[in-house]
Design a protein around this ligand. Structure first.
Ligand code: ME8
Length: 524
């Protein structure tokens, strides 16, 4: 599908909802930035997008953390959820709804899906005896557990487990093995495909019915008709995706956006999204999501961040030091999406300086300065030479074909690399054509060169908008490209330059858009 032929289908994208048992960390920023890039990209293709993120506020993990802090779970959730929201605003995240699972409409939606599953005959009361990890908010089978260094039992994620016995409601997960296998085998449902085998093996290993309520604490959504039970936190958490579209009432959002186009989540919670969630939906006779993508983990210089290791990065600090767009660019360009990735302030500074400041920023800065200085800031119609056409077609191919194709497939680093190669081609062209030397010898040729670059920069700035939205907007402002001419369909607009030239638009003396970053003293 070409960017110039936008698809009209509405697009619904969600992130995982985050546990507000502490402040947001870099992994939360990473996932939400990636989702925002997808949302912006789809909007630029002309699709109507709905984007939801938020916080997952119930469950034992929240209750225990609040108890440790001497707070109510509600007060903890209120405080920490605010930090998530503030961070996402600071990161320029264009969410349509920030959902909190303590919201009233969410309790209603959770009751409704519960009642639909009950009406299907899929819920029954029994006694749960088994292992539970509070950190993962997950039940584990004895055979899944691993042994820790001190011989203690740990979950497959390496978290502590505790033996639990209580009366709970069970969901007949075991009845859904067949349709789940069919779903997991559907091409494109679960990506990267490498995560599929593990889920298929889990289903083929025999699905047990799932405990879906708790009676040993009360911080959660009450089970309808069983007031001493609260729902297992994942039942209500997963339901957030449909709460946000007006379930159970239906309506315009529901009709337009369900089933979701994409649930973007981390690799540690794929089981909940590709097994439990589709089974709940099938039970409630609701359509299942079209795609689940499990991204990798972000590691701090190769090591998982944790409070005990004392290597936790506050994403707010990275933004304050280096800027939002630098962080967004670095994370998406550096890490192969779907795999784990490593980051450090040093790597961020190096990459952003080399690729944005020295390459794209410098290209825009010197081109616009020369147009301002040597052409009085005026554009005029011109005849491109063969070299000019060649450069423009290289840039067009990267911006119009390769980057959109790769972004559609969620291969962000590959798309960005193609874009960067086009930037390098522009810089090589500047060096070859040496427009500064043409001013005296061949002023017409100088104009053609500078204006060819002007056109190339416009395409480059439009294409990279999802990744660096504020910076590319500044470049497009400097170029005089109107806000209603910045979509991907505008990349194929051959007449825009003549139109712009005829308005008598004048290029001002530009301010650098991508200043060089420096590490603070203690980091070097
Ligand atoms: O799992 N790198 O919440 P959460 C990249 N509430 N991604 C990371 C990461 C890292 N270092 N650490 C965590 C939950 N994530 C549940 C979700 S959805 C109905 C309920 C990702 O706050 C993680 O994989 O522990 C998940 O997708 C998201 O951050 C929220 O994690």
């Amino acid at each position: 599908r070409l960017a110039s032929a936008p698809m009209a289908d509405p697009f619904y994208i969600t992130t995982a909802i985050h546990y507000p048992n502490g402040k947001p960390h870099i992994g939360h920023a990473y996932e939400t930035i990636a989702a925002d890039i997808i949302a912006r990209f789809q909007r630029l293709l002309g699709r109507e997008v709905r984007f939801q993120t938020g916080t997952d506020e119930h469950g034992l993990k929240m209750a225990q953390k609040a108890r440790d802090l001497g707070m109510t779970p509600r007060a903890l959730a209120d405080e920490m959820s605010g930090h998530f929201r503030d961070l996402f605003d600071k990161l320029d995240i264009t969410y349509d709804r920030f959902i909190r699972t303590t919201d009233a409409d969410h309790h209603r939606a959770s009751h409704a899906i519960w009642e639909a599953m009950a009406a299907k005959g899929d819920l029954y009361l029994d006694r749960y005896e088994g292992w539970y990890s509070v950190r993962d908010e997950a039940y584990y089978d004895e055979k899944e557990l691993v042994e820790g260094e001190g011989g203690e039992k740990l979950s497959p994620q390496g978290t502590p487990v505790e033996w639990t016995e209580e009366e709970t409601w069970f969901f007949r997960l075991s009845s859904y093995a067949e349709p789940l296998l069919e779903l997991l085998n559907k091409p494109g449902f679960l990506e990267p495909a490498s995560r599929r085998n593990e889920m298929i093996a889990f289903v083929e290993g025999g699905l047990k019915d799932l405990s879906v309520s708790r009676t040993s604490f009360d911080w959660g959504v009450k089970v309808p008709g069983s007031e001493n039970h609260v729902m297992y936190v994942w039942v209500d958490a997963l339901t957030n995706y449909i709460t946000g579209l007006g379930y159970p009432d239906g309506g315009e959002l529901w009709d337009k956006f369900w089933p979701a186009s994409l649930h973007l989540i981390g690799k540690d919670i794929v089981r909940f999204h590709t097994i439990y969630w589709p089974a709940f939906l099938m039970s409630a006779d609701l359509p299942v999501p079209q795609k689940v993508f499990g991204h990798g983990f972000l590691l701090n210089r190769g090591v998982k961040e944790s409070k005990s290791a004392g290597n936790v990065t506050d994403p707010n600090e990275l933004v304050d030091l280096y800027g939002v767009d630098a962080l967004r660019y670095f994370l998406m360009a550096e890490v192969t999406f779907g795999q784990d990735g490593s980051y450090s302030a040093q790597a961020l500074v190096n990459k952003v300086n080399a690729e944005l400041a020295n390459s794209f920023g410098n290209l825009a800065q010197r081109t616009l300065s020369m147009i301002h200085k040597n052409m009085d800031g005026k554009l005029e119609a011109f005849e491109p030479s063969e070299d000019d056409m060649k450069l423009l077609s290289t840039v067009r191919e990267a911006c119009r074909d390769v980057l959109p194709r790769e972004f559609e497939a969620l291969n962000f680093s590959v798309g960005i690399e193609a874009w960067l190669k086009a930037v390098f081609a522009c810089n090589a062209y500047v060096d070859e054509q040496a427009p500064w030397g043409l001013k005296k010898t061949d002023p017409e040729r100088m104009k053609a060169v500078l204006q060819t670059l002007f056109m190339a920069i416009r395409d480059l700035a439009i294409a990279i908008q999802p990744v660096v939205p504020a910076k590319s907007a500044t470049v497009l402002d400097q170029l005089g490209v109107g806000e209603d001419h910045r979509s991907y369909a505008d990349l194929s607009n051959e007449g825009w330059f003549a139109a712009l030239a005829s308005t008598g638009h004048s290029i001002e003396k530009p301010n650098p858009v991508f200043p060089r970053l420096e590490l603070p003293e203690q980091e070097t």
